[in-house]
Design a protein around this ligand. Sequence first.
Ligand SMILES: [Mn+2]
Length: 336
Amino acid sequence: MCQIIANELYDKWKFVMTQYDVFNGDADGLCALHQLRLSEPIDSVLVTGVKRDIGLLANVKATPGDSVTVLDISLDKNRIALDVLLAQGASIHYFDHHYAGETLPQHPQLEMHIDTSPDTCTSLLVNDYLQGQYLPWAITAAFGDNLHLSARKAASPLAYTESELQALCDLGTCLNYNGYGSSLDDLYFKPTELYQKMKPYADPFVFIREEEAYQVLKNGYNADMVLAGAIQPEFSDAHTAVYILPDAKWSRRVSGVYGNRLSTAAPERAHAVLTALPGGGFMVSVRAPQSNKTGADELCRRFATGGGRKGAAGINLLPESELDLFVQRFRQQYSA
Ligand SMILES: [Mn+2]
């Protein structure tokens, strides 16, 4: 009898409860969500945006009993909205590796998996949580976040060939590439659309072989990279290099992954890739030297719309009037 009542209550509760999946629109956010929902398929309301659109939690309005999963967006940047959701009675499951603020919130309805060390990413944290159930997708995401060593280390139990590793690296890079842009119009696929395309594939190698969307992304990526490669640096020396890309959709799409490529090619040097925006000013991607992954987040946070991680960070809108100041601070940060 009790069991029957419990089941009825559970069904009723299940009926009114909404699951929100809030995720960064880059490779790491997509692969984190994909792993979780492969493991626990639930119909959910998807909340995401371009990679730079990180104030995502404010878009969720919860009622008591709702459940919110948050993936790969800074808790620091979402702290106010998080407190509001907890006060509304939602339970929250938070996975992230970005700067989380001076102190972490504590609440019985909040479960956090946060690790801001520069060699991990959200998908690797989710992989730990799921005890390696969908490891190939976590490896893909680590490559996408330009964490090549971490990706290879995570892959070691799978004994992949070099060409298999390269295939996951290309996949991560292309999924990541799709997240950049100053608005959804710049992207080949809206991140929700790309996630729906990934959803049927438990195995990334099958996605690579069979999914047409992947060919679209790969071709777009290759074409954009050729255009970026033709741009000379504004400035470069042994420690730093600054590139300015023109106001075009391709530059906004390629800005972050181009920064990653420059960084991988010259690991001792810090890189800044600035992209001119249609309304004036620049979108900025900063990559700390791979040999010393520090300070990119601190540098960017000194500007009003900056944020990110120790090794890779950005500024959403750098006013033209602050260009010189930025270059000066960037060079100062990495001069020695
Ligand atoms: Mn990430």
